[in-house]
Design a protein around this ligand. Structure first.
Ligand SMILES: [Zn+2]
Length: 224
């Protein structure tokens, strides 16, 4: 079945920004899904954004963007890194759900990124499978300033890690294809643990390349 995408990447981004504002004000609209919503969603899902975030218990995307059932396609993994499984989930979101917006969401005080810094600067070896996660983060930490005080250094590393994940998605064959089509946007963002605010990295590489005038959805090739 062909259908027009109901929402552009820009509108999807604005929805996330507005949701985070409601969250900050304590004015969330979500108080649990209605029976109508649950029933409606039995027909299928059409989330307006895909979020790749960290598993940290303090950063559930549905909460911080005040989003309900069926609104966000969420992939969470410690350190918001790309792995084959994560890439597969993102590919599914792009190819089958056609979410117009992809957000890589890092956060202040990320333990996974901190562990990677410890490996990089103190030679700490983590437990076996944690080390696999850390190994996925290490390439992003090139250029992190070891002279910065710990909190600033972690903040710098978190942002670099987000930017690298964004770049990896952009440089994938699918990322390039969607960019060429012009309907999808990828942005990096950082959740500020201390304030609850999400800071979008407008220059995370992607936005400016991909967006421009993203006002229409993909036409005629949306399959359900
Ligand atoms: Zn984290």
């Amino acid at each position: 079945m062909n259908r027009k995408r109901e929402i552009s990447a820009e509108e999807a981004l604005q929805r996330l920004i507005d949701g985070n504002e409601r969250f900050l004000k304590g004015a969330v609209r979500m108080s649990g899904p209605s029976v109508e919503t649950i029933t409606r969603l039995t027909k299928g899902q059409q989330p307006f954004a895909t979020i790749l975030g960290c598993s940290d218990s303090r950063v559930p995307p549905e909460w911080i963007f005040d989003a309900g059932l069926g609104e966000l396609f969420v992939v969470r993994v410690a350190g918001n890194i790309i792995s084959p499984e994560v890439a597969g989930s993102l590919q599914y979101a792009g190819a089958h759900l056609h979410t117009p917006l992809f957000v890589v969401l890092g956060h202040e005080g990320c333990g996974a990124v901190q562990a990677a810094l410890e490996t990089k600067f103190q030679g700490v070896r983590q437990r076996s499978r944690i080390q696999l996660l850390v190994d996925g983060i290490l390439p992003a930490l090139k250029g992190v300033d070891p002279r910065l005080p710990p909190r600033k250094r972690l903040a710098q590393a978190v942002e670099k890690n987000v930017r690298r994940t964004v770049q990896t998605i952009l440089e994938s064959p699918e990322g390039k294809a969607r960019r060429a089509e012009g309907w999808m946007k990828i942005v990096g963002a950082i959740y500020e643990i201390r304030t609850g605010r999400v800071r979008f990295l407008e220059d995370s590489g992607s936005a400016s390349h991909i967006t421009g005038r993203v006002t229409k959805g993909p036409r005629g090739h949306v399959k359900k």
